[in-house]
Design a protein around this ligand. Structure first.
Ligand code: BES
Ligand code: MN
Ligand code: ZN
Length: 498
């Protein structure tokens, strides 16, 4: 889909989208169109329940005196409540409403709004960004799609004064969207196509953006003593991989920030086999790793002025003659031993070695890991918030704020000695499950045993990596959750520093 920003010139065909404030107040272009159509727009508003409230829409087809084939009025609420997210959602909803309508081009008018919380250039860029995010589709395997099943919209143009400045803002946002799309693609790919080695190959494509990519195979990991990660992959015909991605956007003396992802390309549960129904969902058990890869793409794509490390542990968890058994004891890279009481609690084993390796080798300012770690987090928080666990209040604040800003929200849960005790073990240093109670917390306590003094946060994204229901800028399916909020975290606090 072609997405552009240009100087205001009303189109003679296609759909035209204009914003309407709470109370039904038209903006400057709206007023002009209302006059040209002899009051058709205000008449339509009067004859409906549309009040300009945020999220409301009113569609006027073929109004006389107006060049466009239809005018969509988007409720944008009160001026002082208008933020970037409002703009993104207006454009995203417009595209979703019109995608299969037969309309080919959408023109979105960006009129100035006094008192809005977003400046003109960023406002217009946010409209373009919202359209871009909403345009995502994963239909590469649908070989029999008819023309009428495909979206009719091929172009979205944002009309804004000062379009050059808006285009400049959009360049960075467009790079972030590319990162989000990469994550969505990786999460959507089935596990016969996306397995540790093929995912590592996808990581290598970031090299063309200037990311240094290193892939450690099983022999290298064995030498490093990564018995926890390797144990998970030992029942698979596919070789486990650990991928290290490095983006050097700041001076050599700036300490890096690090992101670590769980990349279980398929989680059958192993010998502790999962039940059949719904098991296909476990193709997206690499969502944490997918987010890290997409984030690296976003940061490199917009040339972020930060030094960033991305590490993903890639394994497939299969039952097999060579698979790990319940009762096995493995030794992690940290030297700590683990009794495996449930082979389905595998993500923490992968992260134990990936986290240890990352802090040991890179001495980062902080580490944030992402993982579709526990079903229990879906019981706690549903699909609205990701679980946040951390040893550092400042990092938590920064993550919560970034999450609010981009509508990828987190909710903090506790870490304490009392929970930590639940994974103590009689015959090894720890066991890999803590019982049914507080399952997400005991999983996080397990991870914390592999983190030394570095500020660290764990995001349990089992409820947010995939959506059965779409939102204006997030179509259903792989969401790309985490890319936007972690990009914002870096932009807010870790760029242009010392
Ligand atoms: N990948 C799953 C968690 C998961 C479940 C993600 C549902 C997304 C949707 C994880 O590896 C797992 O199996 N966790 C177990 C842990 C248990 C064995 C302690 C779980 O949540 O049941
Ligand atoms: Mn599992
Ligand atoms: Zn898993």
């Amino acid at each position: 889909m072609k997405i552009t920003i240009s100087e205001p010139k009303l189109p003679n065909s296609g759909a035209l989208v204009i914003g309407v404030l709470k109370g039904g107040t038209l903006l400057s272009t709206g007023k002009q169109l209302d006059k040209a159509s002899k009051g058709a727009l205000s008449k339509a508003i009067k004859g409906s329940r549309f009040t300009g409230g945020r999220g409301q829409w009113l569609d006027v087809i073929a109004p006389a005196g107006i060049g466009a084939d239809r005018v969509l009025m988007a409720g944008i609420g009160e001026a002082k409540t208008i933020k970037r997210e409002t703009m993104e959602n207006v454009a995203g909803s417009a595209l979703q409403r019109l995608a299969g309508s037969g309309v080919k081009t959408i023109s979105i008018v960006c009129d100035p709004v006094k008192g809005a919380k977003v400046d003109a250039a960023l406002g217009a860029a946010s409209l373009a960004y919202g359209a871009r995010l909403a345009s995502y589709r994963f239909d590469k395997y649908r070989t029999k799609l008819k023309a009428t099943d495909k979206p009719s919209v091929t172009a979205v143009n944002v009309l804004a004064k000062g379009s050059a400045a808006a285009r400049k803002e959009f360049k960075s946002l467009d790079a972030i969207a590319s990162g989000v799309f990469m994550t969505r693609d990786l999460v959507s790919e089935p596990a016969n196509v996306l397995y540790p080695e093929s995912m590592a190959k996808e990581c290598r494509t970031l090299a063309k953006l200037g990311v240094k990519v290193e892939v450690l195979n099983e022999a290298r990991m064995a030498k490093l003593g990564m018995g926890a990660l390797l144990g998970v992959g030992q029942g698979s015909r596919r070789e486990s991989q650990l991928v290290v991605m490095r983006w050097q956007g700041a001076g050599a003396r700036t300490k890096p920030v690090a992101f670590v992802g769980k990349g279980v390309t398929f989680d059958t549960g192993g010998i502790s086999l999962k039940p059949g129904p719904g098991m296909e969902m476990m193709k997206w058990d690499m969502g944490g790793a997918g987010a890290v890869v997409g984030l690296m793409k976003a940061l490199a794509g917009r040339k972020a002025k930060a030094n960033v490390i991305g590490v993903v542990g890639l394994v497939e968890n299969m039952p097999d003659g060579n698979a790990q058994r319940p009762g096995d004891i493995v030794t992690s890279m940290s030297g700590q031993t683990i009794e495996i009481l449930n082979t389905d609690a595998e993500g923490r084993l992968v992260l134990a070695d990936a986290l240890w390796y990352t802090q040991d080798r890179f001495k980062p300012q902080f580490m944030v890991n992402l993982a579709t770690l526990t079903g229990a987090i879906i019981i706690s928080l549903g699909h609205e918030h990701a679980g946040l666990f951390s040893n550092d209040d400042k990092l938590c604040r920064q993550l919560s704020e970034a999450g609010e800003e981009v509508d990828e929200k987190v909710w903090r849960l506790p870490l304490t000695d009392a929970y930590d005790k639940k994974i103590n073990c009689a015959i090894a240093d720890m066991k890999n499950i803590g019982g049914r109670d507080a399952g997400s917390i005991t999983a996080a306590q397990f991870l914390q045993r592999y983190v030394n003094k570095v500020p660290w946060a764990h995001l349990d994204i089992a409820g947010t990596a995939w959506a059965d229901k779409g939102k204006p800028t997030v179509p259903k399916g792989g969401t790309g959750w985490g890319v936007r909020m972690l990009d914002r975290l870096v932009a807010n606090h870790y760029e242009g520093g010392k």
